[in-house]
Design a protein around this ligand. Structure first.
Ligand code: CA
Ligand code: CA
Ligand code: CA
Ligand code: CA
Length: 500
């Protein structure tokens, strides 16, 4: 093997300036070519990029849809808030109207309190024409007094009778003279309920015929006891054995004395009714716990007091004649007169008949006579079913009395007219102890609307004037019973609203 070191190194070709120049030129040319290619490439890419492509279009469409959705969303939100604001505004307006109606009712109560405090004849019920009672404006509100036409239910089918309601027109559940026999023929009443009413209020626990005491109530769920004390409200009848809501409230679900559409459509809408085109109210309509006639005036069983009164009003000679007449006629028991007194009289009506007064004479003294008892029925305002309960009147004379008072409104100043209308002194004397022509307690059933006829409210007040100054003895909100002014009033309000 030969040693490599022995071989002489190959001589390196020396780089001449020419060779160098050539190499430089070649390098420059190469760089220039690369630059040109790069530029072309960039240009192509740019051109490619600027060309419209299918995918891009799609993207643009999506963006548009998103923008539209957002717009829709914003519009919907705006509408939603606008609507809720408008509802809010309306609700606020309704609340303002309801407050106005409430204030109108309070104003009406004060107005009535003032009227009742200043009546010309205490004990005489103010007639509807003597008080403001229909569509009375109070600022932007309006009020009505829902009354009763005690002469005929059927007349008021589409609007209430307006005015006060006389509590003495009804049978007082606490009247000492009230018996199960008297009330058992009231519409909807049964002998069992009538007897149970008596047992409920009497103090003892002895069950009367058909009646109910603790033993009956202890079987109820939940069990309770007979009250054995006076009724505090007519609604309390609901607790008496056998009483149902149907019997107590009848067809008049909203307690306005008007046959409303739902009260004449059988069972299509509550309550159930007989669809006979007449209002058949429940027992609520015929009972009260408020009637009370104050004692005061001349005692008709005191000969000396009566003589003094008669001499003042009718003169000495006529007074003497009347006293002689009273001493001659015996009382129900036929008692003879005592040296100082004529035989006792049972009632003002009997006093009229036995004294031989003329109607005119009696009208002059009637206001000065004291009642024989404090709880009576006002024969001028009682409805026919109530009059039918009064002994001596019954079914035979009740309609006759209603017809008489309708055609002779000027003759009703004293109970004397009852004897004239009945034409039977015997029956009139039987009825006398239960009758009066005075009233001291009134229900003011006040309904009102506020601005724009909205915000309907209804409150029932009972005023007691038996002590002179009217006192509110009961206040009950009846707004929940719904519209109680009848279809006519509603139509009138709507027409009036459209005119404005
Ligand atoms: Ca009892
Ligand atoms: Ca009704
Ligand atoms: Ca019905
Ligand atoms: Ca009916």
């Amino acid at each position: 093997m030969k040693l490599l070191v022995d071989q002489p190194p190959k001589p390196v070709e020396a780089e001449t300036p020419r060779v160098l120049a050539l190499r430089r030129l070649t390098q420059i040319a190469e760089l220039s070519r690369q630059q040109t290619e790069l530029r072309a490439d960039l240009f192509n890419r740019a051109r490619e990029r600027s060309k419209p492509r299918l995918g891009d279009r799609r993207n643009e469409g999506s963006v548009l849809i998103i923008v539209l959705w957002i717009s829709f969303g914003l519009v919907a939100l705006t509408l939603y808030f606008a609507h809720s604001m408008s509802l809010e505004l309306r609700a606020a307006d309704n609340r303002v109207a309801a407050v106005e109606a409430e204030q109108a009712i309070n104003g009406a109560a004060r107005y009535l309190s003032n009227i009742l405090a200043t009546v010309a004849y205490p004990g005489v019920m103010p007639a509807p024409m003597e008080i403001l009672c229909e569509a009375v404006p109070v600022g932007e509100a309006t009020f009505w007094l829902i009354g009763r036409d005690t002469n005929d239910w059927a007349i008021n089918l589409t609007r209430p009778a307006f005015g006060l309601v006389d509590e003495a027109a009804k049978l007082n559940l606490n009247a000492p003279w009230l018996t199960a026999e008297m009330i058992q023929y009231l519409p909807g009443m049964t002998p069992q309920i009538a007897a149970a009413i008596m047992d409920w209020r009497d103090e003892d626990s002895t069950v009367s015929t058909d009646g109910a005491e603790d033993e009956t109530y202890s079987r109820f769920t939940p069990p309770y006891k007979a009250k054995n004390a006076p009724f505090e409200s007519v609604e309390e009848l609901r607790l008496v054995a056998g009483m149902t809501a149907e019997i107590l409230y009848g067809e008049d679900a909203n307690l306005n004395g008007v046959l409303d559409p739902n009260e004449n459509d059988a069972d299509a809408t509550a309550p159930y009714d007989n669809r006979d085109g007449r209002l058949d109210p429940g027992l609520m309509e015929y009972f009260t716990v408020h009637s009370y006639e104050p004692t005061g005036g001349t005692n008709i069983n005191s000969q000396a007091d009566v003589r003094a009164l008669l001499e003042t009003v009718l003169g000495q000679s006529r007074a003497g004649e009347i006293i002689t007449q009273l001493r001659r006629t015996g009382g129900p028991g036929g008692q003879p007169p005592s040296p100082t007194n004529y035989p006792p009289v049972g009632s003002v009506l009997e006093f009229y008949l036995r004294g031989g007064f003329t109607l005119d004479e009696f009208a002059e003294i009637a206001d000065y006579l004291a009642p024989t008892t404090n709880i009576l029925v006002n024969v001028n305002t009682a409805s026919q079913p109530v009059l039918e309960c009064v002994p001596g009147i019954g079914f035979d004379y009740a309609a006759q009395l209603v017809a008489y008072r309708e055609s002779n409104p000027g003759l009703l100043r004293s109970v004397a007219w009852v004897a004239e209308a009945m034409g039977s002194d015997t029956n009139a004397i039987l009825a006398g102890p239960f009758l009066t022509t005075r009233s001291y307690q009134y229900t003011a059933d006040i309904a009102a609307v506020g601005r724009h006829q909205r915000g309907y409210q209804r409150v029932q007040f009972v005023f007691d004037t038996s002590e002179g100054t009217p006192i509110i003895v009961r206040r009950q909100d009846l707004t929940h019973l719904g519209w109680a002014l009848g279809s006519d009033t509603r139509a009138e309000l709507l027409a009036w609203k459209e005119q404005r």
